[in-house]
Design a protein around this ligand. Structure first.
Ligand SMILES: [Zn+2]
Length: 248
């Protein structure tokens, strides 16, 4: 099993550029933009063709590099509405759970032999504007069927049983594509599972960090007359001390 490539360091200035460029993008494109910056040796075409599980493992590594291993999340209890905090570890979430680079699998079901591959960013983009979830799932699955013997009509929806089997196969082929976390509410004892999406979580962390950097630039430029470039090239520790002194 091949190890994942290591992400490059993203400087404070590069993080601001990243946020500025991607803020208005769709979440799928934000994820690809982050990966392009963090893995400059991999082309955007290659990144877009990675399975979502592989994409998300790379994003977890980027989170680890930029913000540390720990993820602090917050969610409202669906039963009583109490705010609940939870902690996750990027390295634990990114641990290999099967094939590191899932490509294809052959599945026998519904009287046919199906060759399926896990969905990638292009597949998700192709169905992103479909408002009907059931139709979107069928479209996604159709894209992920590389071949079927005997040949079936492309346009007809698959029988529900076949669809279920193929979707289950895809979930085991690319187990990192959907990460569910178990939560339970201290206030009302309700337990449930929630889907954790590293792509949107990481982007919101990038947004928060970018806004904080802009505030720091604002404070230090006013206090000391330094340029944005000077301020962003300070180490985070030094920048934070100067901000404290400027505000005291
Ligand atoms: Zn509750």
């Amino acid at each position: 099993m091949m190890a994942l490539p290591r992400p490059a360091r993203i400087s404070a200035s590069a993080l601001l550029d990243l946020w500025e460029q991607g803020e208005a993008y769709h979440s799928l494109d934000q994820a690809l933009l982050v990966l392009e910056r963090a893995y400059p040796a991999i082309t955007r075409e290659e990144l877009a063709a990675y399975s979502i599980g592989r994409r998300d493992r790379l994003l977890l590594q980027v989170h680890c590099n930029l913000f540390g291993d720990r993820i602090d999340g917050c969610v409202a209890c669906p039963s009583c509405g109490t705010k609940l905090e939870f902690g996750l570890s990027c390295s634990a979430l990114a641990e290999p759970r099967g094939d590191d680079h899932p490509v294809k699998r052959t599945v026998q079901c519904g009287g046919g032999e199906w060759e399926v591959r896990p969905p990638n960013s292009r597949d998700l983009a192709a169905v992103a504007n479909q408002p009907d979830v059931q139709i979107a799932r069928q479209m996604l699955l159709a894209r992920c069927v590389a071949s079927v013997v005997p040949a079936q009509e492309q346009t007809s929806a698959l029988p529900p049983d076949t669809q279920r089997v193929l979707e289950a196969e895809l979930a085991t082929l690319d187990p990192h594509a959907e990460v569910f976390i178990d939560l339970s509410c201290q206030a009302c004892a309700h337990s449930w599972q929630t889907l954790f999406d590293i792509a949107s979580f990481l982007w919101s962390e990038i947004r928060t960090k970018a806004r904080r950097l802009l505030q720091e630039v604002d404070v230090l430029a006013r206090a000391y007359g330094w340029t944005q470039h000077d301020i962003l090239t300070l180490s985070p520790t030094r920048r934070s001390w100067y901000v404290q002194m400027a505000l005291s």
